[in-house]
Design a binder for this molecule. Structure first.
Ligand SMILES: Cc1ncc(CO)c(N)n1
Length: 228
């Protein structure tokens, strides 16, 4: 199993679904962001949907505050909500404004089914289960974009028009939040499952949450490529 800067729990869950993980993080949409061949219409379609995704994703992270058992867990969840609504979404607002799409239009955009399925799946994982069920469903979004951003920052074509997007996820701001989220998840797992989480009765269920969310990420990129 390969280690990850985002912690041991994530490394274990990622190793539990290698094929879906590869399909997500090396999707043709991602390759197109890196080499600049992604059509602008596909990118904008994705970005409008992703704005709405982040609204519901921030609601799911807010549920983390509700389900937390420690102040440490509450603080990390609250700062992730802040990072999403006050920082990451600024990319969406700025890029869409340049294309003539204002924020009210973004907020009112009607959700594609892939988008709806993903965010409500994550929310339900948290409502039905406990803090770990919620974190298992939230993890692929966080760490997948972290991996993609870091990789594209190294390998992208210098003239790709998607530099701002890549920088948002490659920047220390995003990477540092993800490292602190990953280590908080490790502590949360140890607290609830002990030192051998993969040997616990709950592990297969948590892995299934993570794998399903990863497959929903693949569907989200497919939706972007399909266009409006
Ligand atoms: C679909 C999706 N997954 C993950 C992220 C990262 O926050 C995002 N912005 N959108």
């Amino acid at each position: 199993m390969t280690a990850s800067p985002y912690g041991a729990t994530f490394a274990l869950l990622r190793a539990g679904c290698p094929e879906p993980w590869r399909a997500y993080t090396h999707h043709p949409f991602v390759q197109g962001l890196g080499d600049g061949t992604l059509p602008q219409a596909s990118f904008l379609h994705y970005l409008v949907q992703d704005y709405v995704f982040l609204v519901h994703f921030a609601r799911a992270w807010s549920l983390g505050v509700v389900k937390a058992e420690t102040l440490d867990e509450m603080k990390i969840c609250a700062s992730t909500v802040d990072a999403l609504v006050n920082h990451e979404m600024a990319l969406h607002v700025k890029t869409c404004a340049q294309a003539g799409i204002d924020e009210a239009t973004l907020f009112a955009a009607s959700e594609e089914f892939e988008n709806l399925a993903y965010t409500r799946y994550v929310m339900d994982a948290g409502l039905q289960g406990d803090f770990l069920d919620l974190m298992a469903a939230l993890a692929p979004c966080c760490f997948g974009y972290g991996e993609i951003g870091a990789r594209l920052a190294q390998s992208a074509a210098p003239d790709t028009p998607y530099r701002d997007w890549i920088a948002t996820y490659a920047d220390d701001d995003y990477q540092n939040v993800m490292v602190s989220v990953g280590h908080m998840i490790d502590r949360a797992v140890t607290r609830r499952l002990g030192g051998d989480p993969a040997g616990s009765a709950r592990w297969l269920h948590l892995q299934a949450r993570f794998t399903t969310a990863t497959r929903l990420e693949v569907a989200f990129w497919d939706m972007g490529l399909r266009g409006a």
